[in-house]
Design a protein around this ligand. Structure first.
Ligand code: PQQ
Length: 252
């Protein structure tokens, strides 16, 4: 008989979720090189162009969660996440801010929007997140957003270190990171309260931790793909061609 995990109290469960921060992509060598000032302009540009695919899929993921959620009070709060990225009357939105970052690091809007630099590994990782949110219960999908517990620190570290290491990046580019500091803190309060309310038994709480690990795996895997391409110079098909022949997404 398999051991049945006993249920944790609310505070202990929250601690267990927070302890997953030890696997956050802030510890990935690609990110460490970024804050340490060791990235080349090509490595920064590759990261920004690839991360664009994450950015454009976050509001689609949040809309999928809303579509699966029958509770108006939850949707009303969750809607703000879509507006944060897509923008509204008073705010250009995160996707537009990310395009400003792209221009600030020397990419054209066109080459970012047409996704020519998006590596298959990054695409598959992001797609796995979107598809999980479509199929899971809205509470499980909310739980998968909890890597945002750890995100303010990573955004702050970029604000603290990039200007000094990469003076060639135009300062207008930093507004996205600044914007996310407060948005992520607000999001995570809501996502955390849903998770703490919903996952009650020991087994459910273990599942929540596994969902959070799934999301951490997604973030880490994106950086592994970037490492192959921009650190080792071994992008897909490098033994065959120097061209970026990979598909641009099938829209699934
Ligand atoms: O730059 C980062 O390292 C980072 C990480 C994460 C994250 O932890 O998922 C998000 C973001 N940024 C971010 O900007 C963002 O809007 C965001 C939304 C979500 C989510 O899961 O709903 N994660 C993240």
């Amino acid at each position: 008989m398999s051991a049945i995990a006993s249920a944790m109290g609310r505070a202990e469960f929250e601690q267990a979720l927070r302890a997953k921060g030890q696997y956050y992509h802030i510890h990935h060598p690609y990110h460490k090189a970024m804050y340490g000032g060791q990235c080349t302009p090509e490595q920064i540009r590759g990261w920004v162009a690839n991360r664009f695919y994450y950015q454009i899929n976050i509001p689609r993921k949040d809309a999928a969660i809303m579509a699966n959620c029958p509770e108006a009070s939850v949707r009303r709060l969750w809607l703000q996440r879509v507006l944060d990225h897509d923008g509204h009357t008073d705010d250009e939105g995160g996707i537009e801010a990310w395009l400003s970052l792209a221009e600030a690091v020397g990419l054209s809007r066109e080459e970012v929007i047409d996704q020519r630099h998006v590596l298959p590994g990054v695409r598959f990782a992001v797609d796995a997140y979107l598809n999980f949110a479509r199929r899971a219960t809205w509470q499980e999908a909310a739980c998968s957003s909890l890597t945002e517990l750890f995100a303010p620190e990573i955004h702050q570290s970029r604000l603290d270190s990039w200007p000094q290491h990469y003076p060639w990046i135009r300062t207008e580019g930093y507004s996205y990171f600044r914007k996310r500091l407060s948005e992520a803190r607000r999001d995570v309060e809501h996502g955390l309260s849903i998770t703490l309310d919903y996952f009650r038994t020991g087994e459910e709480q273990q599942r929540a931790l596994e969902i959070l690990q799934f999301k951490l795996d997604i973030l880490w895997t994106m950086l592994d793909a970037l490492t192959m391409a921009y650190v080792h110079h071994t992008p897909p098909y490098h033994t065959v061609t120097e061209n970026q022949v990979y598909h641009r997404g099938l829209g699934l």
